[in-house]
Design a protein around this ligand. Structure first.
Ligand SMILES: C[S@@+](CC[C@H](N)C(=O)[O-])C[C@H]1O[C@@H](n2cnc3c(N)ncnc32)[C@H](O)[C@@H]1O
Length: 376
């Protein structure tokens, strides 16, 4: 059993902790920007396969006080790297620094790599080569207030890059954040899901994957743990096959989306197809005031990610839009829950329905909230 840290966007820690508990991780403890847990290599496979709200899954190797780059070099050299890898493994180092004497992350990453290569060269006469695309050993250096945590990165490419969204629409929401909002709202596919400002369809795809119990990592081609000395391809294949066998053929209620823009609809259709759920979600071009429930469907969840009006002058223009969101839901969607994700509190209050809960969540660097409203 090793201690691990799964990173996530700020605010999603409790959701990620719930996901980790669900895949059998031990000692799950939310921290800042991620969640600590204990587990063996199988837990690492499951985490990379199943976690919808994580960015990467790290296994810390060492931590310590690192006031300058020479100290960083010595800190890295003091680790016995033969316990982690051999000179035949390829290597890459990713580094993020904040509020530290070391400010240049690329230079810090180079010092880490040099310290490892120098240790191997001195001991064996050979040194690992660098592969930044698909390293067998991907390392993550996190430097915060001169405190360094050096970890093995089991994921390397961010887990939120699911691969179904090659085309970027305007202001799409990150996949992990969309999944996190749905989990936060308790969505599990047992009631209908509707997004009438669906843009590129992220809520619809993530919702469909959730409702059909499809793990987000199922079709991903590569994870950095494939290069780890203790990687067991048979055990990994078993985890993946078991997950694949559990995927439902279709959700109980196909997630539905609409948007006023034709290009958004085209993106949403294309993304749903590349996510393998093109036949399981419904998308139509429609102004939100025209959105109505389908005959005989039970009430469910409406989730909206409207424009935020961050630029000067925009807020005023958006008041009627937010107002009409509340009006259409109040008039035509009795019993449905409405959730709105926005950075703008003033606009969120223009939705004239009783607010049940507000939950802060970051969208990149932008402080946002999930606003939940009651409707009858
Ligand atoms: C921030 S984007 C949503 C992004 C989406 N969550 C995604 O992941 O791509 C807001 C969307 O609201 C749509 N929209 C704006 N006004 C609308 C209206 N009156 N009716 C329907 N859709 C509207 C825009 O076309 C845009 O696609």
């Amino acid at each position: 059993m090793h201690v691990h840290f799964a990173t996530c966007a700020r605010g999603l820690e409790p959701i990620l902790a719930g996901e980790l508990a669900g895949i059998g991780a031990a000692d799950v403890e939310p921290g800042r920007g991620g969640v600590h847990f204990r587990g063996d290599i199988t837990t690492v496979y499951r985490a990379n396969l199943w976690l919808r709200t994580a960015v990467r899954v790290l296994r810390p190797v060492n931590e310590g006080h690192v006031p300058n780059t020479d100290a960083l070099y010595e800190f890295v050299r003091s680790i016995d790297w033969s316990r982690v890898m051999t000179p035949d493994h390829t290597l890459a180092v990713d580094c993020n620094v904040r509020d530290s004497a070391i400010t240049h992350s690329q230079y810090a990453a180079r010092r880490v790599k040099d310290a490892i290569c120098d240790q191997f060269r001195d001991r064996t006469g050979r040194r690992p080569s660098v592969d930044t695309e698909r390293p067998m050993i991907g390392l993550n250096l996190h430097l915060f207030r001169n405190h360094a945590v050096l970890s093995l990165d089991s994921s390397w490419d961010s887990l939120h890059k699911r691969g179904y969204r090659p085309i970027q629409s305007r202001a799409p929401i990150n996949e992990a954040l969309a999944a996190g909002i749905l989990l936060h709202l308790g969505y599990d596919g047992t009631a209908p899901l509707v997004d009438f400002m669906c843009g590129s369809g992220t809520f619809l795809v993530e919702g469909c994957w959730l409702a059909t119990r499809r793990p987000p990592g199922l079709t991903r081609k590569w994870f950095s743990f494939y290069g780890w000395p203790d990687f067991d391809p048979g055990a990994w294949a078993r985890e993946r096959d078991e997950a694949r066998a559990g995927v439902l053929a279709k959700p109980l209620f196909p997630p539905r989306g609409s948007d006023v823009r034709q290009d958004a609809i085209d993106f949403a259709v294309g993304n749903a197809k590349s996510a393998g759920v093109g036949h399981l979600v419904k998308v139509t071009k429609e102004e939100l005031r025209k959105a109505r429930p389908e005959p005989n469907e039970p009430p469910g969840l409406i989730v909206l990610n409207p424009p935020y009006g961050e630029r000067l002058g925009e807020e005023e223009e958006l008041i009627p839009l937010y107002r009409s969101m509340g009006e259409v839901v109040g008039e035509h969607w009795p019993g449905w829950r409405l959730a709105v994700f926005t950075s703008n509190d003033r606009l969120a209050r223009r939705v004239k329905l009783p607010v049940v809960r507000q939950t802060p969540l970051f969208n990149g660097a932008l402080a946002c909230k999930v606003w939940e409203y009651k409707n009858g």
